[in-house]
Design a protein around this ligand. Sequence first.
Ligand code: MSP
Length: 517
Amino acid sequence: MSKRFYITTAIDYVNGQPHLGHAYEKIVADVIARSRRSLGQEVFFLTGLDEHGQKVQQAAQAKGQTPQAYCDELAAQWQAFVVKLGITNDDFVRTTQPRHKAVVQAMLIKLHAQGDVYKAPYRGWYSWKEETFLTEKDREPDGSWHPRWGEVKELVEENWYFRMAKHQQWLIEFIEANPTFVQPDARRNEVLGFLKSRTLEDLCISRPAARLNWGIPIPFDPDYVNYVWFDALTNYVSVPVSLGDKTLSAVLPSTLDSRPATELWPADIHVIGKDIVRFHAVYWPIMLRASGIPLPKQVLVHGWWQKDGAPMSKTTGNVVDPVAVVDEWGVDALRFYVLRELDIGPDGNWTDAGFRSRYQAELANGLGNLVNRSLAMLKRYRNGVVPARSDELAPDAGKVIADTRSLLEQSQLQAGLLSIWSLINRANQYVDQTAPFKLAKDPANAKRLDEVLYNLAETCRVLAVLLWPFIPGTATKIYAQLGLAAAPEKFSAATWGGLAPGHTIGEPSPLFPRKDV
Ligand code: MSP
């Protein structure tokens, strides 16, 4: 089998509450995954959970649970969250799974055998909250530690280190030679700026088990567990290894799974948020390079959502609960809003008023109204039977189809929606210009009315296909209302003329019920 298009999200901390930021990242990755499938590629989409570390250990203790039982309970909630968002992941990785632990250990053993890791004492400032040592550069201008680090204490301990600096020049050259490796460009420049402005310090990849035991044991030193970030990043290869991926199995052999190999590596896109760029664009490439593994093709970095112009925070109650939004407005309204409002890259701002206004203007009045009146008129004036083919809107549709295809191929999701909406607006304008409700009053206009009705119904069909990756539930409803049995999930169906004359459509009904608020 040939290599699949392999896309991943960051794996979420199991002990956090699923919020809008997590939902957004999964929706972005899902739309890319669905687009690629629609365009005919075989896709493997991975998401999952980051379950080790201090905070999980402490939270489980506080609840009187074992860390594993605590993780199992939360993992069920996260998995339900993914389902709620209509995410089409092919697997769900949990870093406590044996298949993952085995690969992390294999990687550590390999790096150890090569002399890429060494043990040394370290004295430094440690953030318990972020589970990381801080350097003098992390201090605020007045010498204090930012509150986001929580309690910061001086600590001396022996640990295992991973040699980084020897890869620094190579990484700079790699990123310079591969402009799409980190996207958008602003993030790429940030990474290059970071790499060029200092010598990389070796990465501490262990924690003493005496302080933290909820982690993957270092196979050659049982007094230590692996640092959560080394553990977490490795998820991107541990799943492919467990599925027999040949590129990886040559380097990290696994006997865990005997299914026929699924070829995944190198990953095509890692979708992540802006706060974890350094882990994905510096540490991860170096970990892979040192292990002799080819690099992923792209790290695609999205911005962060705020609500009403302020960071979301549970303590202040300034949060958007994506589950409540889905329950009230439907999953497609959420998927549409976050992708239409925010391009992949900059930060976004959620306002309830902005959400409602896009729902009303673009979904209900734009798309919903077009489909509803087009199909209702076909039903009323032609008994739901599709008239002879007419190509009046074919050039408009053809241009939008070509533009949308190329935008989807570049993961330009917001621009893709804008392109699709240009066809919606064109078709709504066409209804106003041709005024089929007037044509219907005079039988002498029957042929013209047929033409208009065909153009509208066929545009709705094409729109369903284009919209499928973004709002699959709505796209499916449009197809059902058109009386089409197949799902609109193949982009190749977006070719003008697919609706056969003589075909009888289904029952029109509003796609986005009006909400009086
Ligand atoms: N566990 C690590 C990732 C390890 S990946 C090998 C982690 N987890 S997280 O739960 O804190 O964040 C998961 C993802 O959600 C990250 O990509 C992060 O950027 C994203 N977001 C968290 N808050 C966000 C917003 N407010 N807005 C958008 N995305 C946000 O980091």
